[in-house]
Design a protein around this ligand. Structure first.
Ligand SMILES: [Fe+2]
Ligand SMILES: [Fe+2]
Length: 127
């Protein structure tokens, strides 16, 4: 995997683990929200880094991938907003949603991007 993708994705996964532990251990809502805030800002950074990388490599599916990021961020922000207002109880169900939110994108759009970057880099090394 491309080192930048790997590093950013690992950070997101680690934060999900932290959040999960925090929920399991029954920490306060404000602590959970703190981790969630961190997750949202990390996700924004990660999307931005990835988009910069796609531009640098003239990734042909840039627009679709960027749109997908926007859609994901919208979903994440709206769920986070509901949680902050106390409309949704934070628990396993939400953790499940969050894992799914991340994994689906990693396995789908991000792995296509990774494949493209890998090919682009090996082509560059051949010349
Ligand atoms: Fe990503
Ligand atoms: Fe992505």
């Amino acid at each position: 995997m491309h080192p930048l993708l790997e590093k950013d994705h690992q950070k997101l996964i680690t934060l999900i683990e932290t959040l999960d532990k925090c929920v399991m251990d029954g920490h306060s809502v404000s602590q959970v929200n703190q981790h969630l805030d961190a997750f949202v800002s990390l996700a924004k950074d990660e999307f931005k880094n990835e988009e910069d990388l796609m531009k640098e490599y003239h990734y042909p599916d840039f627009n679709e991938h960027k749109k997908e990021h926007e859609r994901l961020l919208e979903q994440l922000l709206s769920v986070h907003e509901q949680l902050k207002k106390g409309h949704t109880p934070f628990g396993e169900e939400y953790m499940h949603w969050l894992r799914n939110w991340l994994e689906t994108h990693l396995l789908d759009a991000d792995s296509l991007l990774d494949e493209f970057l890998y090919k682009a880099n090996s082509a560059a090394h051949r010349t």
